[in-house]
Design a protein around this ligand. Sequence first.
Ligand SMILES: Nc1ccn([C@@H]2O[C@H](COP(=O)(O)O)[C@@H](O)[C@H]2O)c(=O)n1
Length: 192
Amino acid sequence: HVISDFDMTLTRFAYNGKRCPTSHNILDNSKLISEECKLKDLLNTYYPIEIDSKRTAEEKLPLMVEWWTKAHTLLVQQRIRKDLLQDVVKESDAMLREGYQLFFDHLQEHSIPLLIFSAGLGDVLEEVIRQAGVFHPNVKVFSNYMDFDETVEERKTSYLNAYDIVLVKDETMEVLNALLLCFGVSLPRSSS
Ligand SMILES: Nc1ccn([C@@H]2O[C@H](COP(=O)(O)O)[C@@H](O)[C@H]2O)c(=O)n1
């Protein structure tokens, strides 16, 4: 097994002198988050604590829990749409480290599981790996995942992308029976 965290370990810390975003930052910098949402204030308060070498892990732990509890409460209020995450990641400056292709492919070729444990956002970081084309079956992510309240309209879009036929408000079997007839299955006569 190879065990890794994600943000700034598998992803770059900076590129061309500019900081690269963490999975939280990707959302925070996106159109999905309103200007009033104070995730950046939280980052400015808690990130210096996270990297403060003078504090012990015991000291930091409750403060880190406080950070992600506050951040996740704010994120829930933003009512983020799952179907927009793909674009948000595409438009972000997130980058896996140079040489990532070789690293991920090599582990895959040798059937070595890559276990990623991250205090970031699982839905976002999975999308980063997917878009880089290296989300191989040996990659398993343990992270925070969002629960989405999808509206009927959003669900319809993802169903339309996935299936040839999508029935809305149809309580009958008419389409199914018509398909069976098309495929040459003979149906018994209805008794009613
Ligand atoms: N609300 C938060 C919470 C955490 N972060 C940063 O994400 C990093 C997650 O890193 P992993 O190594 O566990 O993948 C963490 O180090 C925090 O700096 C954040 O930006 N916002």
